[in-house]
Every structure is written in C-alpha cells, then in structure tokens.
Write a protein that binds this ligand. Sequence first.
Ligand code: AMP
Ligand code: MN
Ligand code: MN
Ligand code: MN
Length: 288
Amino acid sequence: MSEIPRFPLYDLHSHTRASDGLLTPSELVQRAVTHRVGVLAITDHDSVDGIAEAQQTVIDQQLPLKVVPGVEISTLWENHEIHIVGLQIDPQHPALQRLLAAQREFRQQRAERIAERLEKARIPDALAGARRLAGEGVITRGHFARYLIELGKADTMVQVFKQYLARGKTGYVPPLWCTIEEAVTAIHEAGGCAVLAHPGRYGLSTKWLKRLIAWFKAAGGDAMEVAQCQQAPHERTQHSLWAQEHDLAGSQGSDFHQPCPWIELGRKLWLPGGVQPVWERFPALAPR
Ligand code: AMP
Ligand code: MN
Ligand code: MN
Ligand code: MN
C-alpha cells in the first residue's frame, strides 16, 4: 500500500477547547496551516461553539485554509458508544441545536454522577476540577481524566481511563446518548453529511463492526472514516473495502486533541484507491 499524495490535504476530524481539545479554535487553525492542511473540519463533542472563531481567524489572518463546520455526536447503539461526525453542517440549524442541547444536558447530569462516584472512592472535588479544566467548553470524560492526572492518580490518559473512567470502573456512568438514527437525521436536517467516526476504536469484533456499518448505512449514513494517523497495519485497507461494500464514501481525520508525539493534524492522512473520497461525493467540502 503506497501513499498517494492528494492536494489539498484534508483533515476532517479535530477538537478545540469548545470540548476536550487543548487549543483554542484560533490556535488550531494556525497549527493546521503549519502542517499544510488545506481543509480542516472542526468536530467538537456535541458542540459547534469553536467554529465561528476558527472561521474568523482564517479571514482576519488570510490563512490558506478552508474550515469545514462540523460536530462529533455521541450515540448509543447496542450498548456501545458510537461517534457520528457531521460535516458541512449549518451550526445554527434548530434541529441540530435541539439535539446538541439535550446531549449537553445529559453530559452535565453524567458529570455530576461521575463526581459522586469518585467522591465515594475518596477522590474529592472532581466536578469542580473537571469543570475548571473544561472552562466554557462542553464537559467530557477527558476533563475528568486530566483532573485525575493532576491529582497524581495516574500518569497517562490511557491509564486513567483504564483505571477510573472506562466501562465498569469507579467513575463510569452508563450514558444516555441519542440513537445513531437521531444523530444522522439531525446532521441531514442541518444540511451536512454523516460520517461514522473511527470504526476501529470501539473494540468491536469483525462481526459486530460489520453489523454497525450496515446499520449506519441503513440509518442514512453517508461516509465512514477510513484513514487516521494511528492505525493498525491493514486496518485502512479493510475499512476502505467495507466502505465500498456498503456504498459509503471514505473520510480521513486525525482526531487531534492536543500537541503530542503520535497524533498531528494532517499526519498520514490519505485514502486507498477504490473508495470514493467524501469530498468528491460532497463537493461542498472542497476548497472554494
Ligand atoms: P465522553 O464523550 O465525555 O465520554 O469523553 C470521551 C473522550 O474521552 C474521547 O473523545 C477521548 O477524547 C477521550 N477518551 C476516551 N477513551 C480514552 C482512552 N482510553 N484514552 C484516552 N482518551 C480517551
Ligand atoms: Mn475527545
Ligand atoms: Mn470520537
Ligand atoms: Mn473526536
């Protein structure tokens, strides 16, 4: 499998401080340009609040970058938390706004319950700690993870999730997210295209993963992420084949949250031949 360079470089999955990213929208777009990204989708968890600042920075600084307004919606499917990315959405659309408001309301309630559970495990003030780290942004388990690291309870994000926040652990609260169909419908109503995010990261067996892809397609899904920067060998080829089998377009994204040695905006993002790039199926994604 050889790299086929395509220009411009698309990175269709990234986070800002509007959710659990560490950079401001303005810092994120500047970093994207440094890494030669030409089209960047901002896809915060259940929030569209980072998009306007990113777009304004591109205009003010005349950056050679197109910002795609996006979102990453948490859903529940067969007791698994599945993430659906919406690309080229109208951030102000009422149907989308309604769904995101409900998701954030649930996030707040879940955060309170996570903190209660941690309190019982003699970890104090977790709600205030996570809220402080989230700032004005949407509260996520990522903020609880950073707070626990601050307290010295673990050294890395992976470790802290494994010990405290993953399913079945002290700080885990079963989620009440919307369904895949509800997320896809809201994204479509807001004029966007719906993308199944990082299919390789749900810990599903091949049988269940194929079931998920078929379900997503039946729910009206448009594309799936085929390429990410950190990926097991052959996963990209496999995902490309499944996308083609289900007539889904292929997307690619770093899922960048913060500067770190392994994940970078635009890094190793290319699609195998055969799968239709999502920006060809949805020309609105292409640069002006
Ligand atoms: P939430 O949407 O509030 O459940 O938070 C999920 C977020 O936590 C994900 O988007 C990741 O950024 C982060 N996350 C989840 N699992 C892990 C993990 N094992 N290691 C590091 N970060 C994780
Ligand atoms: Mn995240
Ligand atoms: Mn995700
Ligand atoms: Mn993400």
